[in-house]
Design a protein around this ligand. Structure first.
Ligand SMILES: [Zn+2]
Length: 373
């Protein structure tokens, strides 16, 4: 009998957990990628993610499954942030957390997540954040390339991967060519002039965004790319991972792996890319949480074409410890149900199913990121 309830998980893409108490509206705001309100009287709890939180999290804090949002929020507040974080993180069976530290806000750092969860945690460095810090620390157009390379070297000394949000800042329909030194210098000059004029230092220049990707590849670290749905800054049709095809072709000789994160509703396109390109991997972490009870369908569609050695588990949890608990529990439940169906139809043996589950849950990530066993 296949039992995935204890299989160790490597969460290959997640963020920190908020360190302070949050109220009900603050909690609901973290159950959505939108920054806009629902119609009067409506609640973000009435979504797939909200249902999953109510189904899975109350028993972890001493309530019955499907407790009302009001009861859940009140028990949560009573428990206190640290105890809540400890209980929910320790419920997951996650052995390793790969934490993208590029988001701002008061969030637990990788070492704090490790201490609280009793597991290992590693840092993933966000390219755009490093470039913006270099600008804030003061650099000239001519000095940027060297300053960025030095800052990236420093930031990645203990990191296991890089991350880029080029999908948010431009779109994945990129010119694949590596920019020349002249192009970089001119683009940084324009960026500095724009900052003087507007005060906004957000990096959106496609030449520089490409430069970051190419410079990142030179570190030899695996490169995680946001694709598919996300928050309101995103233009969805420009985040289809299939748009990356020219870049994936161009970068292949440089070596290095690319991990397509989130992917929905383009997870089938991402699975195709993982099928075709030897250096491409796929993850549907954020998606599993957001589609909740439909997670089985998304996992099944991803496994239609992606080789099982190229599929990775993650939660993409951000802010709420509930997102770790829900991501891990939904993944276990729906992978189990999927493989049980395959076994019932004699599509594979129990030994095959267990092997595939261990690969996707953590074995593939352990190899890709060279994690300590
Ligand atoms: Zn993320």
């Amino acid at each position: 009998m296949l039992d995935l309830s204890r299989i160790p998980l490597v969460d290959q893409h997640c963020h920190g957990v908020v360190t302070g108490a949050i109220d009900g509206p603050g909690f609901e705001q973290m159950l959505t990628e939108s920054r806009h309100p629902l119609p009067p009287g409506a609640s973000w709890f009435d979504t797939q993610l909200g249902l999953a939180v109510r189904a899975l999290c109350p028993p972890l804090i001493g309530l019955r499954p499907h407790a009302s949002p009001a009861d859940y929020l009140s028990r949560r507040a009573e428990l206190g942030v640290e105890e809540l974080n400890r209980r929910l993180l320790r419920s997951t069976g996650i052995s390793d957390y790969l934490v993208d530290t590029g988001l701002e806000g008061s969030l637990l750092q990788p070492s704090e997540i490790a201490a609280l969860s009793g597991s290992r945690a590693y840092e993933v460095v966000r390219l755009e954040t490093i470039a913006e810090q270099v600008l804030r620390n003061g650099t000239s157009a001519a000095g940027f390339a060297a300053a960025f390379a030095e800052a990236l070297g420093e930031a990645t000394r203990t990191a296991v991967a890089l991350k880029s949000i080029v999908a948010y800042r431009h779109g994945l329909d990129l010119d694949p060519a590596r920019p020349s030194a002249d192009e970089v210098r001119t683009a940084v000059g324009t960026w500095l002039a724009d900052i003087d004029a507007t005060g906004d230092d957000r990096l959106t220049d496609p030449i520089l965004l490409r430069y970051l990707l190419w410079t990142g590849l030179e570190t030899g670290l695996p490169l995680q790319l946001h694709t598919g749905f996300g928050d309101a800054d995103l233009t969805l049709n420009r985040s289809d991972p299939a748009l990356l095809t020219p870049f994936l072709r161009a970068m292949r000789p440089a070596g290095g792996a690319v991990i397509l994160l989130h992917c929905y509703p383009y997870h089938r396109n991402a699975a195709y890319l993982a099928h075709i390109f030897p250096h491409v991997y796929v993850d549907v972490g954020l998606t599993v949480n957001y589609v909740g009870h439909r997670a089985g369908a998304v996992i099944a569609e991803t496994l239609e074409l992606a080789p099982f050695a190229k599929v990775l588990f993650s939660t993409d949890a951000y802010g709420l410890p509930e997102l770790y608990a829900v991501g891990a529990a939904l993944f276990r439940k729906h992978l189990q149900r999927l493989f049980a169906g395959w076994l019932a139809e004699d599509a594979c043996t129990p030994a095959d199913a267990e092997r595939f589950a261990r690969m996707i849950a953590g074995g593939n990530a352990g190899q890709l990121y060279h994690l300590a066993q």
